[in-house]
Design a binder for this molecule. Structure first.
Ligand code: PLP
Length: 451
């Protein structure tokens, strides 16, 4: 009784319900209706076990940047598995894939970000950052610099460390407390929280919360500020233009390390290699994962500046993962970067497909249900509202209307995600203009069907 893609859907769903616990899922509710089983994918299109073709507006989990079905990536994995499937980089050894990938990342990353510490995921990479920035300050003779400031509704991963750094309130419940030394400030979400302020005034006000928090904790006690250039899982929150220059001024003034979490924004998603370049941010550390391998292999990492690397390199850094610099993951990531570069995918996003998508996406704001429609490169969101003028939220249970809209997308073979009452879009970077047309048509239809 081999389980395969030929097994009937109902049977697969029953086995899934019986044995598979899904992340971030209410299992009992899912098991009542059964999971949709995805069996194949090509380009931007998924196929499910019933043979439906589904337009994936989320690139999996914001990660399949080069699209599905790239044979070169499978070949790179195969070659590497035959040559050297595993070796570690702990005990005075290295290997070619880790050397080649770190060299390539140093070339692509801006400024003096020239050194890579590998991890297996974005969460692990942020755990690395947590340990690294505290070790950095200890090594510099300022051990009291322990506090790391992040933002409510930011997302930095799901391990205990990364979940604590993150600002997803539900992840700070269920018995796992926030680890000590992490403080949060409010997010720059003008649509929901801007009140009577103009976006620019609000951006400044939210950025200055960082300064207030630093002063409250004592500047001599603060190690770092971490944020996503554009908040992703929190609902694709694009900060007003005034926000990042002010943040940059503040971290510089107090000598605090800036960590840009590029797990979603990196590798072309915003139209440049890194979101920091699009937003004009100069981080000391960048967290990477997802688009690094287009999700074909689990891999993440931290790219750090010359200065941070020098300090960390002047002691034994007591940290690492079995799969830090996994050769197969590195080989696949390297090939993925080659495709992004040689196929001109990042440039095409910036110059051609993202501007095309932006025009169509922003027009969704004309729909009666839609308030703001914001997009940077290939990541965007729309806010659903019962009253555009007052930027009201739906009075119903948080997220209900978003959930209905997501269900309508599901029924219309379009994957869009919802975060409360925001609908999120983050397609593969290889999406064509005609696929963008299809996507937007379906999104209109789903909005029309959302009551
Ligand atoms: N950081 C950001 C900005 C993310 O969006 C995510 C995942 O969505 C993570 C970190 C965590 O990455 P992973 O799920 O690979 O652990």
């Amino acid at each position: 009784n081999v389980i395969s893609t030929n097994t009937p859907t109902a049977e697969l769903q029953a086995l899934d319900a019986a044995h598979h616990l899904h992340p971030f899922t209410h299992a009992a509710a899912l098991n009542k209706k059964g999971a949709r089983i995805i069996t194949r994918a090509e380009g931007c299109w998924l196929t499910d076990s019933e043979g439906n073709r589904i337009l994936d507006g989320m690139a999996g989990l914001w990660c399949v940047n080069v699209g599905y079905g790239r044979r070169e990536l499978a070949d790179a994995a195969h070659r590497q598995m035959m040559e050297l499937p595993f070796y570690n980089t702990f005990f005075q050894t290295s290997h070619v894939p880790a050397i080649a990938l770190s060299t390539k990342l140093a070339e692509l990353a801006p400024g003096t970000l020239n050194h890579v510490f590998f991890a297996g995921s974005g969460s692990e990479a942020n755990d690395t950052n947590l340990r690294m920035v505290r070790a950095y300050w200890m090594q510099k003779g300022q051990p009291e610099r322990q506090w790391i400031i992040s933002r409510w509704n930011g997302y930095h991963g799901s391990t205990v460390g990364a979940g604590s750094l993150g600002g997803m309130k539900p992840m700070h419940t269920q018995g796992v407390p926030t680890i000590p030394g992490i403080a949060h400030i409010d997010q720059p979400n003008w649509w929901s929280e801007g009140g009577d302020l103009s976006p620019e005034e609000f951006g400044l006000e939210r950025a200055r919360q960082l300064e207030a928090k630093i002063l409250e904790l004592g500047p001599e006690n603060v190690a770092a500020f971490i944020a996503e250039p554009v908040q992703g899982a929190g609902g694709v929150i694009v900060a007003p233009d005034s926000y990042w220059p002010e943040i940059q001024r503040i971290v510089k003034k107090y000598g605090i390390l800036l960590i840009a979490d590029e797990v979603i924004c990196g590798f072309g998603r915003t139209g440049n290699w890194f979101g920091s370049q699009t937003l004009g941010i100069q981080p000391d550390i960048m967290t990477i994962a997802k688009g690094l391998s287009s999700g074909y292999q689990p891999i993440g990492g931290s790219i750090v500046s010359d200065e941070v690397a020098e300090v960390i390199g002047s002691m034994e850094f007591n940290h690492g993962y079995t799969y830090s610099g996994h050769p197969v993951a590195c080989a696949v990531a390297l090939e993925n970067l080659r495709i992004l570069e040689e196929d001109g995918i990042v440039d095409r996003v910036r110059e051609d497909t993202a501007p095309y998508l932006k025009t169509k996406f922003e027009a969704l704001a004309e729909h009666p249900l839609v308030g703001e429609a914001k997009i940077v490169g290939m990541m965007g969101s729309i806010a659903l509202t019962p009253d555009k003028a007052s930027r009201a939220a739906f009075a119903s249970e948080a997220g209900t209307v978003g959930l209905i809209c997501r269900e309508r997308c599901f029924a219309n073979n379009l994957i869009m995600r919802h975060v409360y009452d925001r609908m999120i879009l983050s397609p593969a970077l290889v999406i064509s203009k005609s696929e963008i047309d299809t996507l937007i048509d379906r999104a209109w239809q789903c909005l029309d069907e959302t009551h």
